[in-house]
Design a protein around this ligand. Structure first.
Ligand code: SAM
Length: 304
């Protein structure tokens, strides 16, 4: 029997992104093809999935311009320069896990000047590293007192992330998913979608943050788009949940019957939707229009 791929072989986003897929990259990548032509991460967020893609081209899109600006900055600068810019700000504002005043001053400067590295450093020291804006796009996450800082883990993740941005062929886009031009894609290409979930809310999609909300309308538009990609022979993979905190996404469950449902928590794979305690569970799925790839047992046993 094949062992599971260890998750630490993957690059982790330096952003602690709500809904980030780092922890389930191993099961996701067990299902995706080993290599593709173009890999589109249509709702990239922390970009945990796209940054790990083995592809000739990677397209990274998100509607939040600040995140895409940050990745483009990482792409345009050496990793050393990025690290220096962080140290400079930590010194200038005397940032630490205790200095709320320094954090608030940096936040005020960011909200006036919108400097992209101020944004990154703020996230490091913010409560739960959360990215939250008000309706006028002012960053408003409070200070992460005694808990958040720019620590060694973040720095290691950042270095590996920037190095990958430099070594891979990545194009960044900042637009609504419906405006991304997917018309040139063919059968070797894959569109990965990790949209906001209709039945749960992240701070980026509660409709109060100055960014477009996610409602049944967008859910239908996305499922229609995936149907069109399927009709053109383009591969897709959609991360989502069928059940969460007592709610179910019936639109998705119905639509998924035309495709392949890969249960990310494998304990649900044999019980269809009729398990006993479904209200207490989150049932996470990856819906694809292709069969999961055969596990490469020889390669896995070499890694052990
Ligand atoms: C669940 S998060 C993605 C997390 C990501 N897969 C990761 O591992 O970090 C969903 C993302 O979709 C983005 N989003 C929401 N509505 C969108 C839209 N209409 N067009 C493009 N992106 C959108 C949000 O800004 C958010 O970053």
């Amino acid at each position: 029997m094949c062992a599971k791929i260890k998750s630490d072989k993957y690059i982790k986003s330096p952003l602690n992104y709500t809904g980030g897929k780092y922890k389930i990259l191993a099961p996701i990548y067990e299902i995706l093809p080993e290599r593709v032509g173009t890999f589109v991460d249509l709702f990239a967020g922390g970009f945990n999935v796209g940054i790990n893609a083995n592809a000739s081209n990677i397209i990274c899109n998100d509607q939040i311009n600040y995140i895409i600006d940050l990745y483009q900055y990482f792409q345009s600068q050496s990793t050393e320069k990025v690290i220096q810019e962080i140290s400079r700000r930590i010194d200038e504002f005397e940032l630490s896990q205790q200095n709320a005043d320094g954090y608030n001053k940096l936040r005020s400067r960011y909200n006036k000047e919108k400097d992209i590295m101020d944004f990154f450093v703020l996230i490091c020291f913010a409560f739960n590293h959360q990215i939250r804006f008000n309706n006028s796009h002012q960053f408003n996450t409070p200070f992460g007192k005694e808990r958040s800082s720019y620590n060694r883990n973040i720095e290691n993740n950042l270095i590996l992330f920037c190095d990958a941005i430099h070594s891979k062929n990545i194009n960044f886009l900042n637009t609504d998913f419906l405006s991304v031009d997917l018309s040139a894609l063919g059968e070797n290409d894959l569109v990965y979608c990790d949209p906001p979930y209709l039945i749960s809310t992240g701070s980026y999609n509660d409709g109060k943050r100055g960014f477009k909300d996610w409602t049944e309308k967008e859910e239908h538009q996305l499922l229609d788009l995936l149907d069109r990609l399927n009709a053109h022979g383009v591969m897709f993979a959609l991360s989502n949940v069928f059940y969460h905190k007592g709610m179910s996404n019936e639109i998705l469950i119905e639509w998924s019957k035309n495709y392949i449902v890969n249960y990310i928590d494998k304990s649900y794979s044999n019980c269809s939707y009729h398990f006993k305690d479904r209200n207490a569970k989150t049932v996470e799925v990856l819906i694809t229009n292709f069969e999961r790839r055969e596990p490469d047992c020889q390669q896995l046993s070499l890694q052990l």
